[in-house]
Design a protein around this ligand. Structure first.
Ligand code: SF4
Length: 290
């Protein structure tokens, strides 16, 4: 499970749990409740596959060979996306997130790309895990080492193998989530603007040297023409604006896909316009953080 991911900016997906709740915010212009999560991939998979209740957050298998322990079996350096079937900082993961931090600490050869729509819970989750590790550490030196690792992170010395990011596709969610993200220490701060749902200006958040974002992922939404799981419009100009802003700031950018709307509009062959060789040259940008 997880290996051979279709996500171009990572090597492996590590699913610590399955299940989540959609995050809604009021759009400042229309007043409507909107969500990037509207057509969440995990909800689709749940309906089409195993009939798992998408709102029931359950830990993946902890058996040896199970999905939860996947990183412990990876011997070569790799980028690991955590997770595609849940939100790493969902409150229902509080009871076993300590175990995930333990795995991350024990695998420094792997680079973890942790993405959330709940940045307000990151510091809380680190503090909770620190307390749990301290409580279990009286006769467990491994737990004490983990408590030290978490304590260092909270004191401003984050682990070298963790990239911390938020996902946001509207200006108001970018403005809400990115500053909170940037207030938590991280080796690399990043944003995934996918699906990109309106024209956005991220210029003031760019530039790792100034305490800003070191990496930006951008893309249009993928979806179906009919049925429950659709796609929303995206425009080439919106994507180009993000690429341009990154270029001006010297921030690495990764255009992941143009999405179904632009695939239809421009007649790209690859489903959801995922093949960069079909795109205009100025959008063929896929850089990792420096
Ligand atoms: S936060 Fe992510 S996993 Fe959770 S509902 Fe939204 S898109 Fe799906």
């Amino acid at each position: 499970m997880g290996i051979n991911t279709a996500i171009s900016w990572t090597d492996i997906t590590w699913n610590i749990a399955r299940g989540c709740h959609k995050v809604y915010d009021k759009h400042p212009t229309t007043g409507e409740k909107v969500s990037e999560c509207e057509f969440c991939y995990m909800y689709r998979e749940s309906l089409n596959g195993t009939r798992h209740n998408p709102e029931l957050v359950s830990q993946t298998s902890v058996k040896s060979g199970g999905a939860f322990n996947l990183p412990l079996r990876l011997k070569e350096p790799a980028k690991v996306f955590t997770s595609s079937l849940t939100d790493f900082f969902h409150k229902d993961i509080d009871s076993f997130r300590l175990e995930t931090f333990d795995i991350i600490r024990k695998t420094p050869h792997l680079t973890y790309q942790i993405l959330t729509k709940r940045p307000g819970r990151i510091r809380l989750a680190l503090e909770l895990a620190y307390e749990q590790a301290m409580n279990q550490g009286s006769n467990n030196s491994g737990m004490l080492s983990l408590a030290y690792w978490l304590g260092e992170w909270l004191r401003g010395i984050p682990p070298a193998n963790v990239w911390l990011g938020v996902s946001a596709g509207y200006q108001h969610t970018i403005d809400k989530r990115v500053p909170i993200l940037l207030s938590v220490p991280a080796n690399v701060h990043f944003v995934s603007i996918e699906p990109l749902l309106e024209k956005v200006d991220i210029s003031k958040y760019l530039g790792a040297a100034d305490g800003g974002l070191a990496w930006v992922i951008v893309g249009g939404e993928s979806g179906n023409e009919n049925g429950q799981y659709r796609y929303r419009p995206c425009q080439i100009e919106w994507i180009l604006q993000v690429v341009d802003d990154c270029h001006k700031a010297g921030t690495s950018c990764w255009v992941k896909q143009l999405g179904t709307s632009l695939q239809k509009q421009y007649g790209f062959k690859a489903r959801h316009a995922t093949d960069p060789t079909e795109w205009p040259a100025y959008l063929q940008v896929q850089q990792f953080p420096l």
